[in-house]
Design a protein around this ligand. Structure first.
Ligand code: EPU
Length: 413
């Protein structure tokens, strides 16, 4: 529930990155002793993943923002259903278990289904490493007598496929080269963990990643990078409410594409060492935004950005070149009075005030977009349902917004 119209003011600290955490947790399965992950975000997706690891036989303890994972007694039991269906990132079990046990059966992943999300590039990678991959009644079965290094050219630079292939290739015989690899900061984070575990991965963060297989990986301690998407969401919320917010504990370089667009609109953005200050103003210019792979504008901020662009003067065009159909937030924003039409892979947004309404989040970032929209509304109460999606990726959103002066609360039914 949001009673909007108040500028956000103050400081918000950002937790560890969700999209790193849910790859680092399964990556720990490759080790033969304890892995400690620091700066872990408190998210429902992380809780689900920790339950999956326990089901596989790992000992998991989660205190504060550290998670200890002892994978020494893990076995690759088939996981066709249950928690794997709740998460998109359960696909990382395929790479991790294939790497360690040469066999895995994992139900096709669930998660935020804003459009079909194929995993053909993951499978192509596993097959190139020598695995046989079959779809058995909606579960993917992977088996390899031996994993051997290979040269793999990804047709699309997929975050998930790059990480999954890295996971399996760490334990393959010989060298693997991933070409057209994704370059997102989360890829570097996973490679850093794997290298601390004893893997040999070079080039993460560039389009060519080289992996020399090793026979054994050990435990280690690793601190997760800050969540650039949560940080970006608060930057956008600060701008949309014409507030003044310091977003603390971030890597400003990870947010450059957003920072550039905000400045182009007329938002004040000041980058410090580990924080960013965003200062709103009364008038914003319309801009065109293209969501692309990193270092382009992130698709995960496309929906929140749609809400901000309703506050700009004139017509903005926001196109998504990663997910052509990620516009389920648009009809909900239209219910709030937004003038937006979707044309192909673009949303055409005409600026104007929004009004309070009852709206529904259909995925994580759509939920964030609706909350931001609600924060801009000057009269009435905006009711956002489907908040379980928001819990998947935003650590303490309501508490954080309240600490910044927003009038937001959770109504338990
Ligand atoms: N794609 C294929 N085949 C594949 C894999 C991907 O065609 O085998 C296509 C996808 O359909 C999409 C594009 O490639 O058009 C990029 O998809 P990618 O594989 O990079 O996405 P992902 O790994 O499934 C992760 C994040 C998403 C984020 C994208 C893009 C996780 C669990 N999810 O998904 O995060 O949008 O990368 O950056 O890490 C979110 O946090 O809200 C979220 C959806």
């Amino acid at each position: 529930m949001i009673s909007g119209g108040r500028p956000l003011r103050g400081t918000v600290s950002i937790s560890g990155a969700k999209n790193s955490a849910i790859a680092l947790i399964p990556a720990a399965l490759l080790a033969e002793s304890e892995v400690v992950l620091d700066n872990l975000p408190h998210l429902s997706d992380v809780a689900v993943y920790s339950a999956i690891l326990e089901e596989l036989g790992a000992r998991v303890s989660w205190e504060g923002n550290h998670m200890k994972i002892d994978p020494s007694n893990v076995v690759s039991i088939p996981m066709p259903n249950g928690p794997v269906k709740k998460l998109r990132a359960s696909y990382y079990l395929m790479g991790a278990l294939l790497g360690r046990f040469h066999e895995a059966t994992i139900g096709l992943p669930g998660g935020c289904n804003f459009e079909p999300r194929p995993i053909d590039q993951h499978i192509k990678g596993f097959e190139a490493l020598g695995a046989t991959v079959t779809n058995e009644h909606g579960s993917i079965h992977l088996y390899a007598k031996e994993l051997r290094g290979a040269k793999i050219y990804l047709d699309v630079s997929s975050v998930g496929a790059t990480i999954n292939i890295m996971l399996a290739a760490t334990r393959a015989k010989g060298s693997t080269i991933i070409e057209n690899a994704a370059k997102e900061p989360e890829i570097i984070d996973v490679a850093t963990l794997l290298n601390s575990m004893g893997a040999s991965i070079k080039g993460a963060g560039t389009e060519t990643i080289r992996i020399e297989g090793v026979t054994k990986l050990k435990g280690c301690r690793h601190s997760i990078i800050p969540d650039r998407i949560q940080a970006g969401t608060y930057m956008i919320a600060a701008a949309a409410t014409r507030g003044d917010v310091v977003i603390d504990g971030v890597i400003p370089k990870h947010l450059e594409a957003l920072t550039a667009k905000l400045i182009e609109m007329g938002v004040g953005v000041e980058e410090l060492d580990e924080s960013i200050r965003v200062t709103g103003s009364d008038k914003y210019e319309h801009v065109d935004v293209k969501a692309l792979v990193y270092p382009g504008f992130p698709t995960d901020l496309q929906s929140p950005m749609t809400s901000l662009l309703t506050q700009a003067e004139g017509v903005s065009v926001l196109s998504d070149f990663v997910y052509s159909n990620r516009f389920k937030h648009v009809p909900e924003l239209v219910r709030m009075g937004a003038k937006i039409r979707v044309e192909g892979r673009s949303a055409v947004i005409e600026g104007g005030p929004l009004n309070a309404a009852k709206v529904k989040a259909s995925d994580l970032r759509a939920g964030a977009a609706l909350v931001i929209a609600g924060l801009t509304v000057r009269e009435g109460i905006t009711e956002v349902s489907g908040v379980e999606y928001i819990d998947r990726g935003y650590d303490n959103l309501v508490t954080n917004l309240r600490s910044l002066g927003a009038d937001v609360w959770r109504q338990v039914e």
